[in-house]
Design a protein around this ligand. Structure first.
Ligand code: NAD
Ligand code: TYD
Length: 351
């Protein structure tokens, strides 16, 4: 095998699409998926590749340094694509320490494991850190986040991701590790855990449950189809310049309320309901604490320098996404049973 790539968080939403892309596109690479299988990790996401001869799964926590050493040695890891993280802003508001543990401590642990395994030949190996545009803070007066926008994280989640980005760059500077960082806008698509806005609304519309819109629904997010993010990660991994940062986004800004209305309209059509039926479920609820107003990515650098572009229009991507959830009822039932019910009632009852 020409490369043995450790992908962390490969059982999660974005990770599973990255794993699938790499396993099928690069049969000459060995793909090792390391994941702790938290509430957000699900091996059902990987059914299409689990029998592939160039794929294997290691259940481990990135906080466990010994386990990481074993995996690096056993699989002769040549490169890392790091996605494992606690990823939900609302959970970071109730339990910030969990985010420090995985996103900060876990990332530094992984950097240490890579540095140890690659000692004496750091220039031959790449540590690719996958991050978010939320590290740049909130836009209030127009404009876009570029790669030189100063960091200004506003939530415990984005603060933990910002810290992890800084550690990756510090390891590049201090130990001369070969690293690259990308910061992407909000993703949507199949396999998205239904705690995030789009899959939560799809699931609730399907079940005729209230659609909780925070505040007035005026906050703006910039949405990218998850498979386009996976393609961008492939591009940055193979063509990105070491030491650089690439912003990834689709120039696709939407107010939350407009997305919720779009989902209602499309699902009424798909489910054969009277027009306007699902909109009646919209319920304005107490705003998120410290809610960032707007995120918007300027993705010109990756487009110009590396030739990546999003492939899907939002309308098409949303159709694919809704159709996937309607066709994968079993997946949805599995992930919304058990602890999801507790999370949902703690977070949304009497909000
Ligand atoms: P996710 O929550 O769906 O998946 C995270 C995965 O990491 C899960 O499989 C989980 O089991 C695993 N994990 C969590 N803690 C772990 C630990 N301590 N050790 C090992 N594995 C652990 O997240 P996602 O949406 O797929 O995001 C993946 C990465 O992309 C994250 O780093 C996130 O910050 C970043 N990102 C996400 C978005 C987005 O819109 N979802 C946008 C930009 C960047
Ligand atoms: P989310 O999907 O959690 O992503 P992020 O906070 O990382 O951008 O939220 C997207 C937007 O939707 C954000 O402005 C918060 C809002 N939101 C709601 O209005 N209701 C909800 O139930 C959720 C989960 C999010």
């Amino acid at each position: 095998m020409s490369k043995s790539i450790l992908i962390t968080g490969g059982a999660g939403f974005i990770g599973c699409h990255v794993v699938q892309l790499f396993v099928t596109k690069y049969p000459e690479y060995k793909i090792v998926n390391l994941d702790a299988l938290t509430y957000a990790g699900n091996l059902e996401n990987l059914k299409s590749v689990e029998e592939a001869s160039n794929y294997c799964f290691e259940k481990a926590d990135i906080q466990d340094a010994d386990a990481l050493d074993v995996v690096f040695t056993k699989h002769h890891i040549t490169d890392v694509i790091h996605l494992a993280a606690e990823s939900h802003v609302d959970r970071s508001i109730t339990d910030p320490l969990a985010f420090v543990k995985t996103n900060v401590f876990g990332t530094v642990n992984l950097l240490n494991a890579a540095k140890k395994a690659w000692a004496g030949e750091l220039e031959k190996h790449l540590f690719y850190h996958v991050s978010t545009d939320e590290v740049y803070g909130s836009l209030h007066d127009g404009g876009f986040f570029t790669e030189t926008t100063p960091y200004d994280p506003q939530s415990p989640y984005s603060a933990s991701k910002a810290a992890s980005d800084h550690f990756v760059r510090a390891y590049a500077n201090t130990y001369k590790m070969k690293t690259v960082v990308s910061n992407c806008s909000n993703n949507y698509g199949p396999n998205h855990f239904p705690e995030k806005l789009i899959p939560l609304c799809i699931n609730n519309i399907k079940n005729m449950r209230p659609l909780p819109v925070y505040g007035k629904g005026e906050n703006v997010r910039d949405w990218l189809f998850v498979k386009d993010h996976a393609r961008a990660i492939d591009t940055v991994f193979h063509k990105g310049k070491p030491g650089e940062t690439y912003n990834i986004g689709g120039f696709n800004e939407w107010k939350n309320i407009d997305i919720v209305r779009l989902l209602c309209k499309k699902m009424d059509e798909k489910l054969g309901r009277e027009p306007g039926t699902s909109e009646k479920l919209i319920t304005f609820v107490q705003d998120r604490a410290g809610h960032d107003l707007r995120y918007a990515i300027d993705a010109a650098k990756i487009q110009k320098e590396l030739g990546w572009e999003p492939s899907l229009q939002f309308d098409e991507g949303i159709d694919i996404t809704i159709d996937w959830y309607l066709a994968n009822e079993e997946w949805l039932n599995h992930v919304t049973s058990g602890s999801y019910q507790d999370y949902y009632s703690e977070h949304y009852t009497n909000r």
